[in-house]
Design a protein around this ligand. Structure first.
Ligand code: GLC
Length: 540
């Protein structure tokens, strides 16, 4: 069986922000096709595309109005086919996002449900309920939307519908066979067009406990709603029934040769996350524990051991991520004092406290060498390979993330990691396109451009290229062996493959380097490994 994903490096593209071919300020599929060489040169094995489907963009494309169409601002199905062909021609796999938890409010199903009225079979495709209180004027439960505000919105005839995200993203009812059949069709549609796999959005929330009476959530910790840790029988998250969906999908994806791969977005503790990757379910799940680990050797050791053990338990390969389109970029996180509340920091436009970007970059370089050395697959978010910091100073009027308005302007949201990429040191939108850029690029963004970094041997880009060029030296070997003589205090030390030693110094003081040939180093070495640095050595 071909399981190419087990040690692959996937490059995540946020299509609106990657490359703009027609100068309208928004990235598009022909832009991606034209720039695939960058990803092949980097040495990645494939791409994962965030949604490019027809969408009103209430949530940047995660609100889909037609799951089988390309949004006209991003191109056409022919452009998609051309992109897949070009990627395959370069030896790159293509994974696409699939968004099964909800549709856009503009999806024909939702429009029909609104028109058909209470009690109709059209409404059964979503979660419509009567309200509580006099005249049903109160939402059916106290459930909250992830973006802020109630998870219910009332429609004209008085009923309410459920949306775990923005109001414009009504949740589908996965108890409905028609919903299940529709998604089988969507999987077959894109698989038939040659995609190699799917990233599954909010994979752990599709199935809800919709038995009457619906259960309110309980407030814990003085104000937060219970999560899965506080209530293992949570009505909205990680319901046992969700696993049947993935067993079914596995059978559908096995109709293709090779079977199409899957990676789930599963924000759950490891012991519950791993259930999604049992042999008859998804292939992989994102490991967000690694992303959330502080810059500290012991914490990394614990998370790495647990992640490898969790994956081994169900026979899959671990995944590693340090960023994505939903979180603050690692260069900025690692340059902030430990424990900084990222939301508050973003609200200060990234000024309070001021991140130390030099330190953040040093650490992000070392973290890249750690991530890319670990057994399993790595997902690199566009811009990480350039060392882009968070664009934390975006003006309020530029913000598009629904979190901003939904939270009553208390959560600045995720736009700061979605600013279009710089390709050239200067020029219109730094080479992103011939026109502007849908989110303003900060002053001096060109410093991180692909062109500027290509010519600089010490750049983050060239570090990634060197690391990915050496990764095949050991990545087929799926073991990691800690070196207990070196693996001390702030230093992580482990062996990979036939004799590659990886050292990561999370402390500030330099440590002696054991003998070996330096394959890649995150910084200059002088016989010692400085603090906040990492190296791959070949045993001599
Ligand atoms: C996932 C996506 C995020 C989106 C949400 C709702 O968490 O990664 O960007 O807002 O789902 O679809």
């Amino acid at each position: 069986m071909q399981q190419w994903w087990r040690d692959a490096v996937l490059y995540q593209i946020y299509p609106r922000s990657f490359a703009d071919s027609d100068g309208d300020g928004v990235g598009d599929l022909p832009g991606i096709t034209a720039r695939l060489g960058h990803i092949a040169d980097l040495g990645a094995d494939g791409i994962w595309l965030s949604p490019f489907y027809a969408s009103p963009w209430a949530d940047g494309g995660y609100d889909v109005s037609d799951f089988r169409a390309v949004d006209p601002r991003l191109g056409t199905l022919e452009d998609f086919d051309a992109m897949v062909a070009a990627a395959h021609g370069l030896g790159l796999r293509v994974m696409v996002d699939i968004v099964p938890n909800h549709t856009s409010e503009e999806h024909p199903w939702f429009r029909d449900a609104l028109a058909a009225g209470p009690g109709s079979s059209e409404r059964d495709l979503y979660v419509f309920r009567d309200g509580r209180g006099e005249d049903g004027g109160l939402p059916p439960t106290n459930w909250r939307s992830t973006f802020g505000g109630p998870a219910w919105t009332r429609v004209e005839d008085g009923q309410w519908y459920l949306h775990l995200f923005a109001r414009e993203q009504p949740d589908l009812n996965w108890d409905e066979p028609r919903v299940r059949e529709e998604f089988r069709g969507i999987l077959r549609f894109w698989s038939g067009r040659g995609v190699d796999g799917f990233r599954i959005d909010v994979a752990y929330a599709l199935v809800k406990d919709l038995r009457e009476p619906l259960r309110d959530l309980v407030l814990v910790d003085g104000g937060r709603f219970e999560d899965i840790a506080a209530n293992p029988d949570h009505p909205l998250l990680d319901r046992p029934g969700v696993h049947e969906v993935y067993r079914d999908w596995r059978r559908v994806l096995a109709e293709f040769d090779p079977p199409r791969a899957t990676v789930g977005e599963v924000w759950l503790p490891g012991d519950r996350r791993r259930l999604y990757t049992r042999p008859d379910e998804l292939d992989q799940a994102f490991n967000f524990d690694f992303l959330r680990t502080e810059w500290d050797a012991d914490s990394y050791r614990r998370v790495i051991d647990a992640s490898i053990a969790d994956a081994a338990h169900v026979g899959t390969a671990p995944t590693w991520v340090v960023g994505n389109h939903d979180v603050v970029r690692p260069v900025s996180v690692l340059g902030l004092p430990r424990g900084t509340d990222q939301g508050t920091w973003l609200l200060s436009d990234g000024r309070d406290p001021e991140p130390d970007l030099e330190l953040g970059t040093r650490r992000a370089r070392a973290l890249a060498l750690l991530e890319l050395a670990l057994p399993g697959s790595a997902y690199v978010y566009q811009g990480e390979e350039l060392g882009l910091p968070e664009a934390a100073g975006l003006p309020a009027e530029a913000l598009e993330d629904p979190r901003w308005e939904r939270s009553g302007r208390t959560d600045k949201g995720r736009d700061g990691c979605r600013v279009p990429l710089p390709w050239t040191p200067d020029g219109p939108s730094y080479g992103f396109g011939a026109g502007g850029s849908w989110l303003p690029q900060p002053e001096g963004w060109g410093r991180w451009s692909v062109e500027a970094e290509s010519g600089d041997p010490g750049s983050v880009l060239n570090l990634y290229r060197r690391a990915l060029a050496h990764r095949p030296d050991f990545c087929a070997d799926r073991t990691l062996v800690w070196d207990d003589t070196l693996n001390l205090g702030p230093v992580l030390a482990f062996w990979r493959g036939p004799g590659v030693l990886v050292l990561v110094n999370t402390g500030r003081e330099p440590v002696e380097l054991p003998p070996g040939e330096v394959l890649v180093a995150s910084t200059e070495l002088d016989g010692r490994l400085p603090g906040d640095a990492a190296v791959w050595l070949r045993r001599v």
